[in-house]
Design a protein around this ligand. Sequence first.
Ligand SMILES: Cc1cc2nc3c(=O)[nH]c(=O)nc-3n(C[C@H](O)[C@H](O)[C@H](O)COP(=O)(O)OP(=O)(O)OC[C@H]3O[C@@H](n4cnc5c(N)ncnc54)[C@H](O)[C@@H]3O)c2cc1C
Length: 404
Amino acid sequence: MADFSPVLNEDQLGIQKWVHGFAEDVMRPAAEEWDEREEFPYPIVEQAAQIGLYGWEFMAEAMMNDPTGLTLPVAIEELFWGDAGLGMAIMGTGLAAAGIASSGTPEQVMEWVPQCYGTPDKIALGAFCASEPDAGSDVGGYRTSAVYDEAKDEWVLNGTKAWITNGGIADVHVVVAVVDPALGSKGHASFIVPPGTKGLSQGQKYKKHGIRASHTAEVVLDDVRVPGSCLLGGKEKLDERLARVREGKPGNAQAAMQTFEATRPSVGAQAIGIARAAYEYALEYAKERKAFGRPIIMNQSIAFMLADMATEIDATRMLIWRAAWLGKHRQFKNAEGSMAKLKAGRVATWVTERAIQILGGYGYTREYPVERWHRDAKIHDIFEGTEQIQQLVISRAISGLRIE
Ligand SMILES: Cc1cc2nc3c(=O)[nH]c(=O)nc-3n(C[C@H](O)[C@H](O)[C@H](O)COP(=O)(O)OP(=O)(O)OC[C@H]3O[C@@H](n4cnc5c(N)ncnc54)[C@H](O)[C@@H]3O)c2cc1C
């Protein structure tokens, strides 16, 4: 087991520099345009694919050949420093890939994860479809059903999924559905819906507050039939798990919790990338902008704000890196992944708001990027588990009690 160290190794420094270069040269100049267009930025994702930044090989390399767990958050921080909407367009497929990797057999992972990304010449997209119009945090409230048609060895999916990143435009959709409604959240299973499957369509496309270059839409499933082989993990395993749960034995909640905890540092890294962008911009601005005959940074009230911003960002990065390392070694004790994500969302929202304050009137206009960064930051208090859901997970972990 590699020791935890906040000092990046040569490989990690190389990846950090490489992603930063793409963020600076390609993403930053394109960010405003795609935010205004509110469309999926295919040319940017294609460019990322051409250099190997968008693709399953990069994700596999960053996750599997890294004993520290830090490579992925380091790369993600740089991407989101470049731009969060474009960053989400590049990272969104990773949600589907993670869904497949966490529930699928090794054969399913090998078959479907590469299809989520396509090739540099013909990119594909993946979508992970869990949330529903009436159930986001409350996963026990999902209603999308999956019924097994034994005669045809097919599953039939019906329901509506809400706020799905890449929903409807993805080639591969990973859908969480209810196979036994009596078991609540323990009666779920995940399915691959292959490209071009009949009955899957895009519902409304949402107009959003931030990360507007990332596509978010409803996914409607109307008698969608998928082969039995599209059940992630396979029927035998599902039947065994359901039988265990019906007998009152534990399902795989522990494993699922470790998986969720392990993905949260990456979401935290997104948030901290945005926060760092806003802090750096505000620092430079405060040195340039003069009021009452001196740069505004010469006022303690501005300088101390920047000192607090820098401190919060660095402290949060340490929480993220600690959580990434613990996740890599499956060593979570007190929901440290949730702690990192909770803190990162709050810090990004706060830092970007302070950046607007430091830029004053200019900060409030679309002439300057800090208002966009503030809009982009807020999603990190909401998706992948809201602020309150992270508090719930942490409070249960530290107390050992079923806090409601
Ligand atoms: C841009 C965007 C992209 C997304 N991408 C995806 C995606 O790709 N795939 C996917 O499946 N989902 C996705 N989501 C959905 C996201 O995960 C949900 O919006 C989120 O989990 C919150 O669910 P909700 O919106 O139903 O809010 P609710 O669960 O209705 O929560 C509303 C409020 O009540 C609070 N609350 C709820 N329950 C409790 C409780 N027990 N205790 C205290 N407070 C509580 C919440 O914290 C929140 O403040 C995305 C959402 C957005 C906005």
